[in-house]
Design a binder for this molecule. Structure first.
Ligand code: MN
Length: 252
């Protein structure tokens, strides 16, 4: 039984209590109510669920207390939570698996969304093959010396440093968007990734623009679905009985 699958990308929770956070809790509430009666309900975060997640100090969990309580409440009512790394929340450890029973997938997951049909879920940063400076940054921020440095620094300093880097990269992205050269998803690379994983769908986020595009191939169809960012508008992709439905706005 496949049940209800929900996908979100780039929610950018930051521990505050704004309309965006209330919408996210509304989505969790809707999913929890759908899980009543033992129905299988799964929530996939396609990365950047948190504005910043580097799991090595309790202070991090305190910062996100309200968001984590909401996730925990949904999990306790039967919503299964899956975490895929984004460029901001790639350092998941054992905390969320322990507290929410969440599954941490790393850079991607293959999901059976209908009998015999599979979707590849990922953040999308690796599909922006022309964004060389980001890909370099990604290697550095995920390297062992940087991981060691962040663990060694006092939490406020590490948080400020990471926050500073993230602000620089967000400003750069905003400027690029304005100038019309925002990062774009490489559809050929997306096609290759789907073929390698035996999938006919690829679901991602990262570029903060909703898109649904067929990627032709001989002998079958493939489709890329890119979710928008919650910073612009709360949105989710729902899948029931193999049918995908994009929902923006209220989740009732
Ligand atoms: Mn991202």
């Amino acid at each position: 039984m496949i049940g209800l699958l929900a996908f979100v990308a780039d929610v950018h929770l930051d521990g505050a209590d704004t309309a965006r956070h209330r919408r996210f809790r509304e989505l969790l509430e809707m999913l929890a109510s759908r899980a009543a009666g033992g129905r299988r309900v799964e929530l996939y975060s396609l990365g950047d669920l948190f504005q910043f997640w580097y799991e090595y100090r309790r202070a991090l969990f305190e910062m996100y207390a309200r968001d984590l309580d909401a996730l925990e409440a949904a999990a306790s009512r039967g919503v299964r939570i899956h975490l895929i790394s984004g460029n901001r929340d790639f350092a998941y450890g054992g905390y969320l698996p322990g507290r929410l029973g969440a599954t941490v997938h790393g850079d991607g997951a293959v999901i059976e969304y209908a009998p015999g049909r599979k979707a590849l879920a990922c953040h999308g940063d690796l599909l922006c093959t022309a964004d060389r400076s980001y890909l370099r940054f990604r290697r550095v921020i995920r390297s062992r010396p940087v991981a060691w440095l962040f663990r060694a620094l006092p939490f406020p300093l590490a948080k400020a440093m990471i926050g500073g880097m993230m602000t620089v990269s967000s400003r750069k992205a905003a400027l690029e968007r304005k100038a019309g050269n925002a990062p774009v998803l490489d559809l050929e690379e997306a096609g290759r990734a789907m073929d390698a994983a035996g999938c006919d769908k690829l679901i991602c986020g990262h570029v903060h623009r909703f898109a649904r595009e067929a990627i032709p191939r001989t002998g079958g169809s493939r489709e890329l679905i890119c979710l928008g960012s919650w910073l612009e508008e709360p949105n989710a992709l729902l899948c029931e009985d193999g049918i995908f439905r994009y929902v923006a706005g209220p989740f009732a």
